[in-house]
Ligand binder design. Structure first.
Ligand code: SF4
Ligand code: SF4
Length: 390
């Protein structure tokens, strides 16, 4: 399995209702992570007092990496928070827990969701990007299409649906989850931007979603500062207060997590796309994700004839990070590992070297490499830039 020197994205949970680290301690951890990761998700910000929140936001801004805020409780001083976010160049979007008014909920939850919907309206009114996060509980699974439509009516840019696990098993029956996934696929066919936030094995959903990247590409830092593979992991992680990101990322517990591959997945043709379902799912009686079905057999790949104009010049849409094996090409939370040798080809992605130049220098196989980056959205093509004077 791909072994990166550090995570590419990190979610940090600043606090729970029981507390968390100080803003100063978070400042140190954020600086350590920002030197390596490409993007942050941040939860628990609404639980900090105003001064601690300002310090954490400053630390994120100084880190120079985009961050998205996961909001589970409407902030008491929401207008002030929205004002603070507007001045930050690296603030990306809000991901807010969402259910519509008609959802069947206990009174306390109904009130939390009502406050959150009002918060969304205020955030949208000041121009923030809002995405809806929907937990796939019983009611949500049965009403997913109307939830997606309602969140779009509110103004959400996308909907992220999350499978709910309780002690390693799904909170809803497989039949109910299947109905929700069918609705999700249907809404996606109608061009709604809907995704699964945590993975459902490809052999169960057939939605073609990219599988779990927890502990492989992404990491979670809990309110104690411990680095874990994901927010659902029950392991104890090493604290980033006491060690480097790299040490914690290569701890024995995380290495063991990466090796935890259920038997069917080891021989599955989709292993690269969906490596092993959700590793946090499963219990003593059923280790591994209970939704895993029969592995896919290797398919004979169809060859498509593609015409690439030879005078087009590839331009990168990724950033690179030096790794032991070569380079990691990083675009948001996607990573493509390439060897040092391929790095010579990447150097020609400067808007001045055409595909014909690349083929002349590296042969026709280099064009397949360029094409594979193009189909994954890692390069775009442009006309050649005018030569620089002098
Ligand atoms: S068998 Fe494993 S790798 Fe294959 S699709 Fe299912 S969960 Fe993914
Ligand atoms: S183990 Fe499960 S919950 Fe954790 S990141 Fe992977 S899919 Fe998500």
């Amino acid at each position: 399995m791909l072994s990166l020197c550090a995570p590419v994205t990190a979610e940090i949970r600043l606090a729970t209702k029981q507390g968390g680290l100080t803003a100063e301690q978070w400042g140190g951890i954020i600086a350590k992570l920002a030197a390596l990761v490409n993007e942050f998700k941040v939860s628990g910000l609404e639980l900090l007092d105003t001064e601690a929140r300002r310090q954490v936001l400053d630390a994120l801004e100084q880190g120079g990496k985009y961050f998205h805020l996961l909001i589970a409780e409407a902030p008491a001083d929401d207008l002030q928070l929205l004002g603070e976010l507007r001045r930050l160049a690296h603030f990306g979007s809000l991901v807010v827990d969402y259910l519509p008014e008609e959802a069947e909920l206990a009174p306390e939850e109904a009130s939390r969701y009502s406050d959150l919907r009002e918060f969304c309206e205020r955030a949208l009114a000041v121009g923030a990007e809002v995405n809806a996060s929907v937990e796939l509980g019983e009611w949500a699974c049965r009403h997913l299409e109307s939830i997606i439509e309602a969140s779009y009516d509110l103004g959400a840019s996308s909907v992220i649906c999350n499978r709910v696990l309780l002690n390693g098993t799904d909170a809803v029956s497989e039949e109910t989850l299947t109905a929700a996934l069918t609705s999700l696929g249907k809404m996606r066919d109608m061009s709604y931007s809907v995704s699964l936030g945590n993975c459902v094995p490809n052999c169960f959903s057939h939605l073609g979603e990219r599988g779990c990247l927890g502990g492989v590409v992404s990491a979670f830092v809990n309110e104690k500062g411990q680095l874990l593979p994901c927010r659902c992991s029950a392991e104890e992680g090493m604290s980033l207060l006491d060690c480097s990101v790299s040490e914690a990322w290569h701890s024995p517990a995380l290495e063991a997590w990466r090796q935890k591959l259920p038997a069917p997945c080891a021989q599955c043709a989709k292993g690269d796309l969906c490596p092993g379902g959700c590793r946090a799912a499963g219990c003593a009686g059923h280790p591994g994700d209970p939704l895993i079905r029969a592995p896919y057999c290797a398919e004979v790949e169809e060859l498509h004839e593609v015409v690439l104009e030879e005078d087009l010049c590839p331009r990168p849409l990724y950033i690179t990070r030096n790794e032991e094996f070569g380079w990691a090409l990083i675009r948001a939370n996607q990573v493509i590992p390439v060897s040092f040798k391929a790095g010579e080809i990447l150097q020609l992605f400067d808007g001045r070297h055409s595909l014909a130049d690349i083929e002349r220098r590296f042969g026709v196989s280099a064009l397949s490499f360029v094409y594979s980056l193009y189909v994954r959205g890692f390069v775009e093509f442009s006309e050649a830039l005018p030569a620089e004077e002098g």
